[in-house]
Design a protein around this ligand. Structure first.
Ligand SMILES: [Zn+2]
Length: 242
């Protein structure tokens, strides 16, 4: 039994050892790419944004807010909606209260910040399909395919990894208007008063909020909706957990 057992064990452990070494290699490579992407982000974020926005063929209707490298010393929890959203939403500011059950309200201040993370806006390129229909382009792979400038900016990174690197540059981004991705079943809220389907405003990652809000907040995605008729409560949140 002893010899058979040992032989069997060594035969089993070889592939395991190989798998382990392969996983370490993949991890080290990805870590290197992330570091390179961080350097590119720090020096060329404005150029990356300009390159992506210039892919668009028609007026943008959605944005991605991406965290910039520099953190703010002051904590703020507010997102001012971009002016491409129609009335009454453009220029309005959603404020989060990062305690209890994460209250949301509209305030008169301006800001693009959650906690100490400050955001910068990218207008999502909107293109015209062959059918004549217009569509927002959200894919990092397609941005790279469609922009020489972007490929140039990301050129220190292996072309096969540039799309992943761009995803890393975007980080825990906030989607505004248009890009709603439910992580579970769709849960469109209805206005308490007019019973109308509320308009999707923003989608943000729970990881941006302190764990004091909810122990599991970091595993959540937060969606904010509003009633265009401004019925009280003007805006509502839906939280889904992955
Ligand atoms: Zn209403």
């Amino acid at each position: 039994m002893a010899i058979w057992g040992k032989t069997l064990l060594s035969l089993l452990s070889l592939p395991l050892l190989w798998l382990f070494l392969w996983a370490i290699k993949v991890y080290i490579e990805w870590h290197k790419i992330k570091k390179m992407a961080d350097v590119i982000k720090e020096h060329s974020l404005d150029d990356i944004i300009t390159a992506i926005e210039s892919i668009g063929e028609t007026t943008s209707t959605a944005s991605l807010l991406i965290p910039i490298a520099q953190k703010s010393r002051e904590l703020k929890y507010m997102i001012t909606l971009p002016d491409h959203l129609e009335a009454p939403w453009s220029g309005k500011t959603i404020q989060f209260t990062p305690s209890g059950n994460l209250n949301v309200s509209m305030v008169d201040q301006q800001g693009l910040q959650i906690g100490n993370t400050v955001f910068q806006e990218i207008r999502i390129p909107r293109i015209t399909l062959r059918s004549g229909r217009q569509q927002n382009m959200w894919s990092t792979a397609r941005y790279i395919k469609n922009s020489d400038t972007l490929r140039n900016l990301l050129s220190p990174i292996n072309p096969q990894k540039q799309s992943d690197a761009l995803g890393h540059i975007f980080g825990a981004s906030i989607e505004v208007g248009g890009g709603l991705h439910w992580i579970q079943n769709a849960e469109y809220p209805k206005c308490d008063q007019c019973r109308g389907k509320m308009k999707f405003l923003i989608q943000t990652e729970g990881i941006l909020f302190p764990k004091s809000v909810d122990f599991n907040i970091h595993e959540s995605t937060i969606y904010i909706f509003g009633c265009a008729k401004k019925h009280d409560p003007y805006i509502q949140k839906v939280i889904q957990f992955s």
